[in-house]
Design a protein around this ligand. Sequence first.
Ligand SMILES: [Ca+2]
Ligand SMILES: [Ca+2]
Length: 208
Amino acid sequence: MKRLGIMLCIAACVASAAIAQTKSSEAPDGASQGDPLCFISSVVPDSAHQGDDLWVAITGTGTYFAQGSGTIVSFFQQGSSTYTITAAEVNPTSYHDLTAHFLIPSNALLGLYDVKVEEVGIGTYSMSDGFTVLEGMQPECGDVNGDGNIDPADLTFLINFVFLQGPIPDPIEFADVDCDGKINLLDVVYMVRYLFRGGPAPCADCLQ
Ligand SMILES: [Ca+2]
Ligand SMILES: [Ca+2]
């Protein structure tokens, strides 16, 4: 009986949302379209870059998360063709809250996406234009291990390369963090100062 009640509620919500969307098709945000009974009310964060690996917290109003036979969370873009990014992992914590793990492909289409939470066998909650995919971060000098961030792992990678014949950075120039054209002890010192002593950031033109 409980499941039937939830299904009826979601059916009513979906119908209400559809009517509201028809009435106010110019509204930019699905959550505000005519106040449907249940909807996705927040998505945090609401943007990411191509190639990002992140958890997104989704909150619903009037929703019944995790009451279907499965929960699928996705970002959906309708352009000249449809494009979908589906969460690799979903953790509902209540009827109204869940977190979803997304791996944004490095070649994902840029721009606005609708956010969808599908309760399999029951229905789908959505928010129009609720998430934005931005252009991928450009690799930079100092990202010695090439993971997109500059952090102590790069210092470890640099020390291994300079002193212990460790793996060669790719491109190798990213290890020349002071842009003097050489990769040596001075770059290790520079990285230590940047990461732990408030020193200047790695130079910008190590590739030149
Ligand atoms: Ca790095
Ligand atoms: Ca150098």
